[in-house]
Design a protein around this ligand. Structure first.
Ligand SMILES: [Mg+2]
Length: 135
């Protein structure tokens, strides 16, 4: 799809740099929040097309931040993809229950990362175009 505005919520600079590189290489614009709280604030003011959410974050963890985003009419339509080293089956379930629309584990599989981002953007952009409910 390209040209999407993606908010990266990540407290680890190396992870952030890698994700930013991959997204910009695919033609997207990125923004960076370093805590769950900052992520929520930026989602409200900048209205990104997609949020990549680390789960272990300072101030407010990614599960809580996602729950808040998904319960706020201002931000609930923005797709959230969890990106996390929490790879136990229960962690994935918990992320989806918190309202995440997708889930990626670290260390990252780059092909899967690109595919998940593009699929999620496409799915949510279709909902916008048809004027139907956004998930
Ligand atoms: Mg982290």
């Amino acid at each position: 799809m390209g040209n999407a505005r993606v908010l990266i919520v990540e407290d680890n600079i190396d992870n952030y740099e890698l994700v930013r590189f991959l997204l910009e290489r695919a033609g997207h614009t990125t923004m960076w929040a370093r805590s769950g709280k900052e992520g929520i604030d930026m989602a409200k003011t900048d209205h990104p097309d997609l949020i990549l959410m680390d789960l272990s974050l300072p101030e407010m963890d990614g599960w809580t931040a996602t729950e808040r985003l998904k319960s706020d009419p201002l931000t609930k339509q923005i797709p959230v993809v969890a990106l996390t080293a929490h790879t136990l089956p229960g962690d994935r379930k918990r992320a989806l229950e918190a309202g995440c629309d997708g889930y990626l584990s670290k260390p990252m599989n780059i092909a899967l990362f690109n595919e998940t981002i593009e699929e999620t953007l496409e799915k949510f952009s279709k909902n916008r175009k048809t004027g139907g409910p956004r998930l």
